[in-house]
Design a protein around this ligand. Sequence first.
Ligand SMILES: Cc1ncc(COP(=O)(O)O)c(C=O)c1O
Length: 438
Amino acid sequence: MERSQVLAAARAYFEAQPKKEFVPGQTYVPVTAKLMDGADLEALVDSSLDMWLTAGRFGREFEATLPAHFGRKTGALLVNSGSSANLVAISSLGSPMAKEFKREPLVAGDEVITLAAGFPTTVNPIVQNGWKPVFIDIDLKTLNALPEAIAAAKGPRTKAVVIAHTLGNPFRSDLISEWCKKEGLYLIEDCCDALGATVADRPVGSYGEFATVSFYPAHHITTGEGGAVLPSDGKWKRIAESIRDWGRDCWCEPGVDNTCKKRFEWQLGNLPYGYDHKYTYSHIGYNLKVTDMQAALGVSQLKKLAGFVETRRKNWKTLYNGVKSSPILSKHLTPVEPTENTNPSWFGFPMHASDALDRDKLTKNLEAKRIGTRLLFAGNLTKQPAYKGVDFRVVGDLANTDRVMKKTFWLGVHPALTPAMITYMLETLESEVKALTT
Ligand SMILES: Cc1ncc(COP(=O)(O)O)c(C=O)c1O
């Protein structure tokens, strides 16, 4: 049997699956969903037929094509999640190898400015590395940190800024990266929720030392589990690759030997001369690599990214216009606004409930009507049980973060939503808000 026959059969199998009919009030409208097609299944089967399994030809293609979407020329490093991408990128800032290119690595007790209103694994690697998170408040209008709030948080031990582009609405990484450069600080942009967004006409992720992205099914494209680190240059890439790949000094691809051409001629650490470079470790590392099946899905999904982002923006606009044009909705719900000088790539449609509207009752009632809802991740990270006992610093009172924890929620904008679903979402939102406020 030819490979092409197997691939054609896989595509035909996918396309023959019955489409589920949407029944308002019965069919669940998820807040996030992946959108797959026959080409995705074909790519997945193609990689399986190779039986290579660890990252191979699809991995190389995905690592080569991804950087352009972040305005980067240096190759990407695929990892098994967005959380792993943050772990690798953030840990890289502490590499003693940074001294080789005249950058100071972070050391125990150094501070990193970040947000309390966000996802835990943007912040956790700061703690895991023995550094201190410095939490600042957000702007309610955009759900992002304002550049002046970041500048005000800087202390004598501040060495880096690690912030996510909230729900696909970018923070001003153009202004913040300029300030970081001036102050000698590192910047990591967590783009897990924002693939395709731009800041001052440049892609998010093109501003800091590293960008990170997630390919979990909720996100703009998916590989099942997956993520990537986008280093700004080859020096940071070398460090991040080592941390991803067990901490090894060797940079051979899986299944390849002697890329450095001096495998048995290195003298590193206190090892004897010529100790096999393959088993020489320059970092306390991990193994966070991906399989070629994940990468194959990434290659296939990336081709559809532009269309996905466009649909997300269109769905966000329909929901935004629907809320703004309804007297009762616009009285009780305030949608988050795009950050100035940016073009968001929306992950969801976030809004703030008025004082008179019980957000928790509303989300419960929407879920009962089969409409998926989400909060802004951890709300206020400093109030999470996991952060009890963690050494952090807080700037100000985090009043907006606390308000978001109590009053903010979001609905889906993903490309698997149909116009009928969005109409049902808006009609139900209106009837539920009315029921709770009159
Ligand atoms: C901002 C942000 N960073 C990191 C992550 C972690 O990504 P993953 O689920 O792939 O580990 C998420 C997850 O949704 C996220 O929203």
